[in-house]
Design a protein around this ligand. Structure first.
Ligand SMILES: Cc1cc2nc3c(=O)[nH]c(=O)nc-3n(C[C@H](O)[C@H](O)[C@H](O)COP(=O)(O)O)c2cc1C
Length: 187
């Protein structure tokens, strides 16, 4: 059995909704256990995540970067960095914002750099965009064209109604791909 922790911050529920879609996708792979953690819930004991084989990190994009609360958790992992407790774990990142671009790439780069500093192994989002095959933009897989990590765009509505179907499907495949990679690694 392999385990995944999905660690996220979400003030209005959109990033949480995408975290749950990633969980749904990963759960389609056998022998995988997935737990969700808010950034706030880990502040007192960030070391809880050392027991997981894979770590998926998610933050809303705030002013072109991770949110303050998410950054607070990142900084609290300093002692784990010192002991290299997360070295060799599989990792990935996702972000949600309200605009189609919205500088989401900066957030993913921040998550990537954080994972590299910890010596983790980064898994991207190898999902081909479907628009080329005539799938309507809102329905298409990886419609936002992000391979370095997962991006999703939230309309200003409650989380359950905020996402195009393409983003929901992509989040599930992103989770599934991560879990398949985790299972493929012999430890
Ligand atoms: C302080 C702040 C800064 C934001 N900056 C951006 C931004 O740079 N780009 C963008 O597209 N949306 C931006 N947004 C919108 C959020 O990314 C968006 O509402 C997201 O869905 C919030 O996620 P949550 O519901 O998980 O909290 C910002 C929102 C706030 C509150």
């Amino acid at each position: 059995m392999k385990s995944i922790a999905i660690i996220y911050h979400s003030r209005q529920g959109h990033t949480q909704f995408i975290a749950e879609q990633i969980q749904i996708g990963a759960a389609q792979v056998e022998n995988i256990q997935i737990d969700l953690f808010t950034a706030e819930s880990l502040m007192a004991h960030p070391d809880l995540i050392t027991q997981y084989d894979g770590l998926i990190w998610g933050s809303p994009t705030y002013l072109g970067g991770v949110s303050g609360i998410f950054k607070q958790l990142m900084d609290l992992t300093g002692p784990l960095w010192k002991k290299q407790s997360l070295k060799g774990k599989l990792s990935a990142g996702f972000t949600v914002s309200s605009l189609p671009a919205g500088d989401k790439q900066s957030t993913l780069i921040s998550l990537f750099t954080f994972c590299m500093q910890h010596g983790m192994i980064w898994i991207g989002n190898p999902v081909l965009p479907e628009q080329h095959q005539g799938v309507p933009y809102t329905q298409a897989l990886n419609r936002l064209g992000s391979w370095s990590g997962l991006m999703a765009q939230a309309e200003h509505q409650s989380a359950a109604n905020a996402f195009d179907f393409g983003d929901i499907k992509t989040a599930q495949l992103f989770g599934q791909n991560f879990a398949l990679n985790l299972n493929a690694i012999q430890r």
